[in-house]
Design a protein around this ligand. Structure first.
Ligand code: NDP
Length: 369
C-alpha cells in the first residue's frame, strides 16, 4: 500500500541525491561559484573512453583537463585545439616520465588497454603524480599489488574508474540496504554483456586485454555484487562456454557464468558475455524487499526500482560526477560511500583470478579478500 510517507520519500529522493551532482550542474546561481582547489589532470590514451571522460570533465569545477599523453601526434593536436592544452603539457609514451618536472599537472588518468595499466601506473607514480586508472586496474592480483605498493612508496593516491560508485540511484539502493529496508540480503543477480564487433580490436587480443568479457564487462557484475550485497565473497564457482572459437581465441573468454557465496550466507549468480546484447541488469533480493536496476551500469540513464516504486533521481553524467568526487578524494581526503582506491580494485582482481581458476579446474575456489 502506498502511504503518504512513501509519497514524500519519492518526492524528496532527488534532493537527497543533489550532493553527488557537480556544483555547476545545480543551477546558474552565482553563490555556488567554486574557488577552491582544482585537480589538474592529464589523460593518457586518447581513445573512445578517454574522449568521453574529457568531454564530461568540461562540466567539472574541481577537476580540470590540462594535459595529454598519447602515441598519436594527430590526436594530440586535435585535443590541444579543443581543450586549450599547451605544448608543455603534451607527452608520448616514451617521454611521459618527464611529467615529474611539470608543476602544472597533479594527476594522470590512465585510459589505455588493460595490459598497459600496470607499467604506466607505476611510471606515473614514480614521477610523483597521483594516478587514476581505468578498470580493470591490472591483469591479475599480483600486478595490482605491485601498483598499490608503487603508489604507496611514492606517496601518491591510486584511484580506479569505478564510476558507478558515485551514481545516485546506485547509492540510494546502498543506503536503503544499509538501513535494513530490504531485510536480510539473500541473493544478487548481475547480468553484464554486449555483442562485441570488430574481431581485430584489442579487447579480443589476450596480450592487451588480459582475457575476454570478464575483464571488460563481467567486472561490473563482480564489483556490483560486492557493493549491492555489501559484503565480499568467500567462495566462487564458474563455468565458461564458447560458441565462436575463431573470434574468441585461447585465453579470451566469450561467456562466463559465476557464482559467489558471502559470509552472511547470501549468494550471487552472474553472467558475463561478449555475445549477447541487452544484458545490463542487477537484482538484489532481501527477505523483506527487492531492488532492481536495468540498465544498471551503462552510461545511463540508469533505471532503478524497489518494492516501493521507481527511484526518481535525475540522470547525471557519470564521468562528470566521478571526476568531481575523485578530485575531492585526492585534494580534500573525502571518503566515498564505496571505496574507489587500489585496494578496492585489488579485491576484484583476486576474484577475477579465482574465476579463471574455477573455469580451468571446475573447482569451488575459496577467497580471502
Ligand atoms: P580505445 O581502444 O578506444 O582507446 C585506447 C587508447 O589507448 C587508444 O586510442 C590509444 O590512444 C591508447 N593505446 C596505447 N597503446 C595502445 C595499443 N597498443 N593498442 C590500442 N590502443 C593503445 O579503448 P577504450 O577507451 O574503450 O578503453 C580504454 C580503457 O578504458 C580500458 O581499460 C577499458 O576497460 C576502460 N574503459 C572503461 C569504461 C568505463 O565505463 N569505466 C568504458 C570504456 C573503457 P593514443 O592513440 O592516444 O595513444
Amino acid at each position: 500500500m502506498n502511504t503518504r510517507r512513501d509519497f514524500l520519500q519519492k518526492l524528496t529522493a532527488p534532493l537527497i541525491a543533489l550532493p553527488f551532482l557537480p556544483r555547476n550542474c545545480l543551477a546558474a546561481n552565482p553563490d555556488l561559484k567554486y574557488d577552491g582547489p582544482v585537480l589538474r589532470i592529464a589523460i593518457m590514451g586518447l581513445g573512445s573512453y578517454g574522449n568521453r571522460v574529457a568531454e564530461a570533465m568540461q562540466s567539472c569545477t574541481k577537476a580540470k583537463l590540462v594535459g595529454v599523453i598519447s602515441g598519436t601526434p594527430s590526436k594530440i593536436k586535435t585535443w590541444q585545439a579543443k581543450y586549450n592544452i599547451p605544448d608543455k603539457n603534451c607527452y608520448n609514451y616514451e617521454n611521459f616520465d618527464q611529467v615529474k618536472n611539470n608543476p602544472d599537472i597533479d594527476a594522470v588518468y590512465v585510459i589505455t588497454p588493460n595490459a598497459l595499466h600496470h607499467d604506466q601506473v607505476i611510471r606515473v607514480a614514480k614521477a610523483g603524480k597521483h594516478v587514476i586508472c581505468e578498470k580493470p586496474m591490472a591483469l591479475n592480483a599480483k600486478e595490482g599489488q605491485e601498483m598499490i605498493d608503487a603508489c604507496k612508496k611514492a606517496n601518491v593516491k591510486l584511484l580506479v574508474g569505478y564510476r558507478m560508485h558515485f551514481e545516485p540511484k546506485t547509492l540510494e539502493i546502498i543506503r536503503m540496504r544499509n538501513a535494513g529496508e530490504f531485510g536480510k540480503i539473500l541473493f544478487f543477480q548481475g547480468l553484464c554483456g554486449f555483442r562485441i564487433g570488430d574481431p581485430t580490436q584489442w579487447r579480443l587480443n589476450k596480450q592487451l586485454a588480459g582475457g575476454g568479457s570478464l575483464m571488460d564487462i563481467g567486472i561490473y557484475a563482480i564489483n556490483g555484487s560486492r557493493y549491492m550485497v555489501g559484503e565480499d565473497p568467500v567462495w566462487v564457482m564458474a563455468q565458461e562456454t564458447k560458441t565462436d572459437h575463431v573470434k574468441f581465441k585461447e585465453g579470451v573468454d566469450e561467456t562466463i557464468q559465476f557464482q559467489f557465496g558471502f559470509p552472511s550466507g547470501a549468494t550471487a549468480s552472474c553472467l558475463s558475455t561478449y555475445s549477447m546484447n541487452n544484458l545490463d541488469r542487477f537484482f538484489l533480493n532481501g527477505d523483506n524487499e527487492f531492488a532492481e536496476m536495468q540498465p544498471s551500469t551503462g552510461y545511463g540513464p540508469i533505471k532503478g526500482k524497489t518494492n516501493k516504486g521507481e527511484l526518481m533521481y535525475p540522470h547525471v553524467t557519470h564521468q562528470t560526477v566521478q571526476m568531481e568526487e575523485m578530485a575531492g578524494i585526492i585534494l580534500e581526503g573525502k571518503q566515498p560511500v564505496v571505496p574507489v582506491d587500489g585496494g578496492e580494485a585489488l579485491k576484484d582482481l583476486k576474484i577475477i583470478d579465482a574465476i579463471y581458476e574455477a573455469t580451468r579446474t571446475g573447482r569451488k575456489i575459496d577467497l580471502k579478500l
